[in-house]
Design a protein around this ligand. Structure first.
Ligand SMILES: Cc1cc2nc3c(=O)[nH]c(=O)nc-3n(C[C@H](O)[C@H](O)[C@H](O)COP(=O)(O)OP(=O)(O)OC[C@H]3O[C@@H](n4cnc5c(N)ncnc54)[C@H](O)[C@@H]3O)c2cc1C
Length: 315
């Protein structure tokens, strides 16, 4: 594969780096190296990239900011395509935001506040790119970004630019049809409501304060590890409460630990490995199932060395 990678890297596909340390691209600061990391800077480069990957038969994986990803300590044998800062232009008009997928969500929120564009307040404080947020339908417990999506532009395996309207995305809690479509999201149009900028910013600050009070900001982490199961939520409560009641706050394997501030997080105390995190996930699931009968599912995605991206509990 190395010869194919070297030939592939000569194409006009964006910024490239061989043996790229993935810990620099994950909020958990965990992971080995990728054979090759590519950061396309235009939709055309994404299309070229996709066609070439197919022609060369090179395995690959798509990432945004890595705020929901656990890379393996063995790294990734193939190409990691990072849709990030190099593809992050955007414009605002008539209550709509047209943005490329690599735009950093906190930046988008700052701009929407400045223009009095309301509707995205629930995403304030969420790190990550717009592409990652749309794929995960991220947001608050009550609302996902999907409710603001007017249109998504993506590049399919053949390198074709395809468009999805909101219905075609089939957004549900932390889910979207895009997760199974094997596409690279490259841009989106978001619908907002025009309101007084001061009011929008004030509401954003309130949400941000309450998020900051709940989240362990100092140590590397990937946010909530487990998805809230609606049936469990109604009868017993959210994952954080249930895990806490299983006396797992402070539970530690290697340098991975469930912090005291929020039991649905796992933090890296310094040199945690992917194996440490996966072992904590297994222990939590087993204990929660023993005490409640529910099997928790992961929101966090695990990237296998052979380029599969799967919910971390399925390993
Ligand atoms: C401190 C903290 C707090 C958080 N709070 C929240 C919260 O309140 N609500 C919430 O929903 N999430 C939260 N998260 C999780 C995370 O920020 C979101 O899931 C985020 O939207 C993921 O975006 P990303 O760019 O980091 O994607 P990544 O983590 O890089 O990738 C996530 C998934 O999206 C895919 N992907 C990424 N970009 C693209 C693209 N352009 N095209 C196709 N597929 C793509 C990847 O293959 C992967 O499957 C939090 C994380 C942290 C660290």
């Amino acid at each position: 594969m190395h010869k194919a990678l070297r030939e592939f890297a000569l194409l006009d596909i964006g910024r490239i780096k061989f043996n790229a340390p993935l810990r620099d691209h994950s909020r958990w600061r965990i992971g080995g190296s990728a054979d090759l990391l590519v950061e396309p800077g235009s939709i055309l480069q994404v299309q070229t990239l996709r066609r070439a990957l197919r022609d060369f038969g090179i395995p690959h994986v798509i990432i945004g900011d890595g705020s929901n990803l656990l890379f393996d300590d063995k790294g990734v044998h193939g190409v990691v395509i990072k849709i990030g800062r190099a593809l992050s232009r955007f414009s605002v008009s008539d209550g709509f935001i047209d943005a490329e997928a690599g735009v950093f969500v906190p930046r988008l929120i700052r701009i929407s506040g400045r223009y009095g564009l309301s509707g995205l307040e629930h995403t304030i404080g969420i790190p990550g790119t717009l592409g990652g947020l749309i794929l995960m339908n991220g947001g608050s417990m009550q609302k996902g970004i999907g409710s603001n999506v007017e249109q998504v532009k993506a590049v399919n395996q053949k390198g074709e630019l395809v468009e999805y309207n909101q219905d075609a995305c089939r957004f549900a809690y932390r889910e979207s049809a895009l997760q199974k479509a094997d596409v690279i999201i490259v841009a989106a149009r978001l619908r907002c409501t025009l309101r007084d900028p001061h009011t929008v910013k004030r509401e954003m600050l309130q949400i941000l304060r309450s998020r900051r009070a709940k989240f362990p900001l100092k140590q590397p982490n990937c946010g909530s590890v487990f998805i809230s199961d609606p049936a469990m939520y109604d009868t017993i409560g959210p994952p954080g409460k249930v895990i806490e009641e299983c006396c797992l706050k402070g539970f530690r394997i290697g340098d991975a630990m469930i912090p005291n501030i929020h039991a649905n997080f796992i933090v890296n105390l310094g040199s945690a490995t992917s194996a440490d995190v996966l072992q904590i996930i297994r222990t939590v699931r087993t204990k929660v199932n023993f005490h409640t009968g529910y099997w928790l599912r992961c929101e966090v995605r695990y990237v296998t060395p052979d380029c599969q991206v799967v919910p971390a509990h399925t390993i």
